[in-house]
Design a protein around this ligand. Structure first.
Ligand SMILES: *Cc1c(COP(=O)(O)O)cnc(C)c1O
Length: 472
């Protein structure tokens, strides 16, 4: 026995022999020599460890190519977002409008006048490209942009209230997705948090009583992802603006998602717009680029000219600034807002949010049979009504009537395991399909599905064999 194994091992080709084959040359051309050498070494070592027989050079190369193809797949993969959450933070939030994609692509290929004044040939500012549009769309005096809204909040706190106090209602001390907790951001910004009022009720006198010589700013925060209901009282931005102005203390309003237009025509609840927050008297307003605004990740700070100038002098601004690609995409996105009537067509976020439920349902009917064929007889697929949500902490209570496909295991026994296998199978497709498990069913909400035939083609290779089960 031992003798035959040794004989077979002796028959395993050497690394050099494998590399000299034609198949290996082709692989080297494709993946580069170091990668192929590494893979061949690994595979021969595996064969040796298993006492394996494969003496074929081509088997070794084929195995190497298959491993290298796996490694070559981009880590950041496109997926089908069928979760029903339109602005899904974990799936990259807003999809960009075509003009934004074109603008970003164009500046990637070319040198651009990013900080260069083409009129007089002198140095310009990167904020110049967005300032005009932002002021026009919000009614603010001035504007600046940073990496995201978290950065906007950090920079404002650090500029207006470094080693000073920022006064916030206890009802607004928000945590957004784990890592962004207002009290922690404030301490990192070098600001002393002064909490006023209670969780459910804060009055004007609470703010007034807390104002003192060390107050740097009053801070109003949109409670994006929660609502306090019942016996409540908050001080409206407009009331707070009067208190702040009388005492010459800046009022900063973090709108979170923020929106540049009234959302009611899109079938959503009213959200205060950035222009309304400015008109209500906020000295600065901060908001996100990739939530309801529908652009790339960015944070905006709009408001009083002197305060924006102070923010731009803060050395931290440099660490938080935007690159040319995002500035180009933002400029093109903001331009779409000049014609609000066309937003529902041109801005994917609004298009997805305002889709008629009848259209989504028709899509579900068209795909029912395709999905049924892909999942096989162990599952039953039916068209169902469901509820989508906006996501990213915007309009947390608003649900949008939607439609989709529910996939249920036919047998009750081991239904849980079958559902997990289905979810794993869908995730491992060429274009992974992400849905959600709810009430013993896997739900695919079809609101955000743009390309039906791509989904159908993709589903054809679904593999739900038991080998996919995770070990218990
Ligand atoms: C989402 C949100 C932020 C953070 O914005 P990002 O753009 O995700 O950095 C800050 N404040 C509020 C109130 C938010 O809703």
């Amino acid at each position: 026995m031992a003798k035959t194994v040794t004989a077979k091992l002796r028959r395993l080709p050497s690394v050099d022999e494998v590399l000299r084959s034609d198949a290996a040359s082709a692989a080297i051309e494709r993946f580069g020599r170091p990668a192929v050498v590494g893979a061949v070494r690994r595979i021969l070592a595996e064969f040796r460890a298993r006492g394996a027989v494969a003496g074929q050079l081509d088997d070794v190369v084929a195995e190497a190519v298959s491993q290298l193809e796996q490694l070559d797949k981009p880590s950041l993969r496109a997926v089908f977002n069928l979760t029903g959450t339109v602005l899904h933070t974990n799936l990259g939030r807003a999809l960009l409008a075509e003009p934004a994609i074109a603008a970003a692509t164009a500046v990637m290929r070319s040198a651009v006048a990013l900080e260069f004044d083409l009129e007089d040939g002198r140095r310009g500012e990167r904020d110049d490209h967005l300032r005009g549009l932002l002021c026009e769309l919000t009614g603010a005096e001035d504007a600046t942009t940073v990496n995201n809204n978290a950065a906007a909040v950090l920079l404002v706190l650090n500029t207006l209230a470094l080693r000073r106090e920022a006064i916030v209602s206890r009802g607004e001390l928000i945590e957004i997705g784990g890592a962004f907790r207002l009290p922690e951001i404030m301490s990192r910004a070098g600001t002393k948090l002064v909490e006023v009022g209670t969780t459910n009720r804060t009055h004007p006198k609470d703010y007034i009583g807390a104002i003192g010589p060390k107050t740097g700013m009053l801070f109003k925060v949109h409670t994006s992802n929660y609502r306090i209901e019942g016996f409540t009282r908050e001080v409206a931005a407009r009331e707070l603006a009067v208190i702040a102005a009388e005492r010459k203390i800046p009022l900063v309003h973090d709108l979170g998602s923020g929106t540049l237009v009234d959302l009611v025509p899109f079938g959503l609840a009213h959200e205060p717009t950035v222009a309304e927050a400015i008109a209500d008297g906020a000295d600065l307003v901060t908001f996100s680029g990739d939530k309801l605004l529908g652009g790339p990740q960015a944070g905006f700070i709009v408001g009083r000219k002197d305060l924006i100038a102070a923010i731009n002098r803060n050395p931290m601004k440099r660490a938080l600034r935007l690159d040319k690609m995002r500035i180009a995409a933002l400029e093109a996105t903001l331009r779409l807002y000049r014609n609000p009537d066309r937003l529902a067509r041109e801005l994917p976020t609004f298009r997805l949010l305002s889709q008629p439920v009848a259209d989504i349902e028709a899509r579900a009917r068209r795909l029912q049979r395709v999905l049924q064929a892909a999942v096989g007889a162990a599952f039953a697929v039916e068209v169902v009504a469901c509820e989508s949500q906006v996501g990213s902490g915007a309009l947390p209570m608003a649900t949008l009537p939607s439609a989709g496909l529910a996939v249920r295991p036919v047998a009750r026994r081991s239904a849980g395991r079958l559902l997990k296998r289905l979810a794993a199978g869908l995730r491992s497709l060429d274009i992974p399909v992400i849905g959600r498990i709810e009430d013993q069913a896997f739900i695919l909400d079809l609101r955000c599905l743009d390309d039906e035939s791509a989904l159908a083609a993709n589903l054809a290779s679904l593999d739900l064999s038991e080998a996919r089960d995770e070990p218990d």
